[in-house]
Write a protein that binds this ligand. Sequence first.
Ligand code: AR6
Length: 174
Amino acid sequence: MDARIKLQQGDITKLAVDAIVNAANSSLMGGGGVDGAIHRAGGKQILEECIKIVDRLGRCKTGNAIITNGGRLPAKYVIHTVGPVYNGGKNVLKEEEQLAGCYANSLKLAVENGIQTIAFPNISTGVYRFPKQRAAEIAVATVENFLAENHQITQVIFICFDDENLGIYQNLGL
Ligand code: AR6
Protein backbone atom coordinates (compact mmCIF):
# COMPACT_ATOMS: atom_id res chain seq x y z
CA MET A 1 0.00 0.00 0.00
CA ASP A 2 1.27 3.50 -0.86
CA ALA A 3 2.33 5.19 2.40
CA ARG A 4 0.61 8.42 1.29
CA ILE A 5 -2.82 6.73 1.65
CA LYS A 6 -4.40 7.02 5.06
CA LEU A 7 -7.66 5.75 6.59
CA GLN A 8 -9.72 7.79 9.03
CA GLN A 9 -13.22 7.64 10.49
CA GLY A 10 -15.35 10.76 10.93
CA ASP A 11 -16.89 13.78 9.25
CA ILE A 12 -15.17 15.00 6.07
CA THR A 13 -16.31 18.60 6.66
CA LYS A 14 -13.91 18.85 9.64
CA LEU A 15 -10.75 18.06 7.69
CA ALA A 16 -8.11 20.74 7.15
CA VAL A 17 -6.77 19.38 3.87
CA ASP A 18 -6.23 21.23 0.58
CA ALA A 19 -9.36 19.61 -0.90
CA ILE A 20 -12.24 17.44 0.20
CA VAL A 21 -14.21 15.50 -2.38
CA ASN A 22 -18.01 15.71 -2.46
CA ALA A 23 -20.25 12.82 -3.58
CA ALA A 24 -22.57 15.14 -5.51
CA ASN A 25 -25.29 14.62 -8.12
CA SER A 26 -25.20 15.92 -11.68
CA SER A 27 -27.23 19.05 -10.85
CA LEU A 28 -24.45 20.20 -8.47
CA MET A 29 -27.19 21.93 -6.48
CA GLY A 30 -26.66 20.02 -3.22
CA GLY A 31 -28.61 17.14 -1.72
CA GLY A 32 -28.54 14.81 1.28
CA GLY A 33 -25.78 12.69 2.78
CA VAL A 34 -22.24 13.99 2.53
CA ASP A 35 -23.31 16.54 -0.13
CA GLY A 36 -25.80 18.10 2.29
CA ALA A 37 -23.23 18.11 5.10
CA ILE A 38 -20.61 19.86 2.93
CA HIS A 39 -22.97 22.59 1.70
CA ARG A 40 -24.34 23.14 5.22
CA ALA A 41 -20.90 23.44 6.79
CA GLY A 42 -19.32 25.37 3.90
CA GLY A 43 -22.08 27.92 3.35
CA LYS A 44 -23.49 29.61 0.26
CA GLN A 45 -20.18 30.52 -1.40
CA ILE A 46 -19.81 26.91 -2.56
CA LEU A 47 -23.30 26.73 -4.09
CA GLU A 48 -22.80 30.10 -5.79
CA GLU A 49 -19.71 28.80 -7.57
CA CYS A 50 -21.54 25.56 -8.50
CA ILE A 51 -24.31 27.63 -10.10
CA LYS A 52 -21.78 29.57 -12.19
CA ILE A 53 -20.11 26.36 -13.34
CA VAL A 54 -23.42 24.77 -14.36
CA ASP A 55 -24.38 27.98 -16.22
CA ARG A 56 -21.12 27.81 -18.14
CA LEU A 57 -20.60 24.07 -18.65
CA GLY A 58 -23.94 22.40 -17.94
CA ARG A 59 -24.53 19.53 -15.54
CA CYS A 60 -21.66 17.35 -14.37
CA LYS A 61 -21.59 13.92 -16.03
CA THR A 62 -21.35 10.73 -13.98
CA GLY A 63 -17.69 9.94 -13.28
CA ASN A 64 -16.55 13.54 -13.90
CA ALA A 65 -15.49 16.21 -11.42
CA ILE A 66 -15.45 19.99 -11.00
CA ILE A 67 -13.75 22.19 -8.40
CA THR A 68 -15.02 25.08 -6.26
CA ASN A 69 -13.87 27.11 -3.31
CA GLY A 70 -14.30 25.62 0.18
CA GLY A 71 -16.40 28.44 1.64
CA ARG A 72 -16.22 28.35 5.43
CA LEU A 73 -14.77 24.84 5.51
CA PRO A 74 -11.28 24.21 6.86
CA ALA A 75 -10.50 22.71 3.42
CA LYS A 76 -9.45 25.23 0.76
CA TYR A 77 -11.31 23.55 -2.11
CA VAL A 78 -14.20 21.18 -2.70
CA ILE A 79 -13.96 18.80 -5.65
CA HIS A 80 -17.48 17.73 -6.60
CA THR A 81 -17.74 14.41 -8.38
CA VAL A 82 -20.82 12.46 -9.48
CA GLY A 83 -20.83 8.78 -8.63
CA PRO A 84 -22.92 6.20 -10.50
CA VAL A 85 -26.30 5.06 -9.22
CA TYR A 86 -25.81 1.31 -8.78
CA ASN A 87 -28.14 -0.93 -10.73
CA GLY A 88 -25.82 -3.93 -11.16
CA GLY A 89 -26.76 -6.50 -13.80
CA LYS A 90 -25.72 -5.66 -17.35
CA ASN A 91 -24.66 -2.14 -16.37
CA VAL A 92 -22.22 -3.19 -13.69
CA LEU A 93 -18.98 -2.79 -15.68
CA LYS A 94 -19.96 0.70 -16.79
CA GLU A 95 -20.87 1.61 -13.21
CA GLU A 96 -17.52 0.32 -11.95
CA GLU A 97 -15.70 2.34 -14.61
CA GLN A 98 -17.66 5.47 -13.67
CA LEU A 99 -16.82 5.01 -9.99
CA ALA A 100 -13.11 4.63 -10.85
CA GLY A 101 -13.51 7.78 -12.97
CA CYS A 102 -14.70 9.72 -9.91
CA TYR A 103 -11.46 8.98 -8.06
CA ALA A 104 -9.13 9.39 -11.07
CA ASN A 105 -10.75 12.59 -12.38
CA SER A 106 -10.85 14.14 -8.89
CA LEU A 107 -7.12 13.46 -8.47
CA LYS A 108 -6.37 14.84 -11.93
CA LEU A 109 -8.25 18.04 -11.11
CA ALA A 110 -6.44 18.22 -7.77
CA VAL A 111 -3.06 18.06 -9.50
CA GLU A 112 -4.11 20.74 -12.01
CA ASN A 113 -4.96 23.01 -9.07
CA GLY A 114 -1.72 22.52 -7.15
CA ILE A 115 -3.38 20.44 -4.43
CA GLN A 116 -1.20 18.18 -2.31
CA THR A 117 -3.58 16.79 0.33
CA ILE A 118 -7.06 15.43 -0.45
CA ALA A 119 -9.78 13.47 1.34
CA PHE A 120 -12.40 11.19 -0.24
CA PRO A 121 -15.72 9.99 1.20
CA ASN A 122 -17.04 6.55 0.17
CA ILE A 123 -18.57 7.75 -3.10
CA SER A 124 -21.85 6.10 -4.25
CA THR A 125 -22.10 3.82 -1.18
CA GLY A 126 -25.01 5.70 0.40
CA VAL A 127 -28.15 6.74 -1.47
CA TYR A 128 -26.60 5.49 -4.76
CA ARG A 129 -26.39 1.91 -3.30
CA PHE A 130 -23.05 0.81 -4.75
CA PRO A 131 -21.93 -2.37 -2.88
CA LYS A 132 -19.44 -1.16 -0.27
CA GLN A 133 -16.83 -3.92 -0.64
CA ARG A 134 -16.54 -3.52 -4.42
CA ALA A 135 -16.61 0.29 -4.14
CA ALA A 136 -13.71 0.19 -1.66
CA GLU A 137 -11.66 -2.13 -3.91
CA ILE A 138 -12.17 0.24 -6.85
CA ALA A 139 -11.38 3.32 -4.75
CA VAL A 140 -8.13 1.94 -3.35
CA ALA A 141 -6.91 0.44 -6.65
CA THR A 142 -7.65 3.63 -8.59
CA VAL A 143 -5.92 5.88 -6.05
CA GLU A 144 -2.90 3.54 -5.84
CA ASN A 145 -2.54 3.49 -9.62
CA PHE A 146 -2.75 7.27 -9.79
CA LEU A 147 -0.20 7.81 -7.03
CA ALA A 148 2.26 5.42 -8.67
CA GLU A 149 2.54 7.98 -11.51
CA ASN A 150 2.31 11.16 -9.42
CA HIS A 151 4.62 12.79 -6.91
CA GLN A 152 2.76 16.04 -6.24
CA ILE A 153 0.03 14.53 -4.07
CA THR A 154 1.47 13.96 -0.60
CA GLN A 155 -1.60 12.57 1.18
CA VAL A 156 -4.88 10.89 0.27
CA ILE A 157 -7.29 10.29 3.14
CA PHE A 158 -10.17 7.84 2.83
CA ILE A 159 -12.64 9.10 5.39
CA CYS A 160 -15.28 6.59 6.43
CA PHE A 161 -18.40 7.81 8.17
CA ASP A 162 -19.92 4.43 8.94
CA ASP A 163 -18.37 1.43 10.74
CA GLU A 164 -19.07 -0.96 7.87
CA ASN A 165 -16.98 1.02 5.38
CA LEU A 166 -14.23 1.50 7.96
CA GLY A 167 -14.02 -2.29 8.52
CA ILE A 168 -13.91 -2.94 4.77
CA TYR A 169 -11.03 -0.49 4.22
CA GLN A 170 -9.14 -1.96 7.20
CA ASN A 171 -9.50 -5.42 5.66
CA LEU A 172 -8.00 -4.08 2.45
CA GLY A 173 -4.84 -3.32 4.41
CA LEU A 174 -5.32 0.33 5.36
N1 AR6 B 1 -18.48 12.85 6.10
C1 AR6 B 1 -18.00 11.75 5.46
N2 AR6 B 1 -18.80 10.81 4.91
C2 AR6 B 1 -20.13 10.99 5.01
C3 AR6 B 1 -20.72 12.11 5.67
C4 AR6 B 1 -19.81 13.07 6.23
N3 AR6 B 1 -20.25 14.16 6.85
N4 AR6 B 1 -22.08 11.98 5.60
C5 AR6 B 1 -22.32 10.84 4.94
N5 AR6 B 1 -21.17 10.22 4.60
P1 AR6 B 1 -24.15 9.60 0.14
P2 AR6 B 1 -23.92 8.76 -2.68
C6 AR6 B 1 -20.95 8.96 3.85
O1 AR6 B 1 -25.52 9.07 0.24
O2 AR6 B 1 -24.26 7.36 -2.34
C7 AR6 B 1 -26.78 13.06 -2.15
O3 AR6 B 1 -28.10 13.42 -1.91
C8 AR6 B 1 -22.03 7.90 3.89
O4 AR6 B 1 -21.95 7.12 5.07
O5 AR6 B 1 -23.82 10.91 0.77
O6 AR6 B 1 -22.76 9.01 -3.60
C9 AR6 B 1 -26.22 13.67 -3.42
O7 AR6 B 1 -26.78 14.94 -3.69
C10 AR6 B 1 -21.69 7.07 2.65
O8 AR6 B 1 -20.74 6.06 2.96
O9 AR6 B 1 -23.65 9.71 -1.40
C11 AR6 B 1 -26.59 12.67 -4.46
O10 AR6 B 1 -27.92 12.88 -4.93
C12 AR6 B 1 -21.00 8.08 1.72
O11 AR6 B 1 -20.83 9.28 2.49
C13 AR6 B 1 -26.53 11.34 -3.73
O12 AR6 B 1 -26.72 11.65 -2.35
C14 AR6 B 1 -21.79 8.40 0.47
O13 AR6 B 1 -23.18 8.48 0.76
C15 AR6 B 1 -25.18 10.68 -3.87
O14 AR6 B 1 -25.22 9.42 -3.31
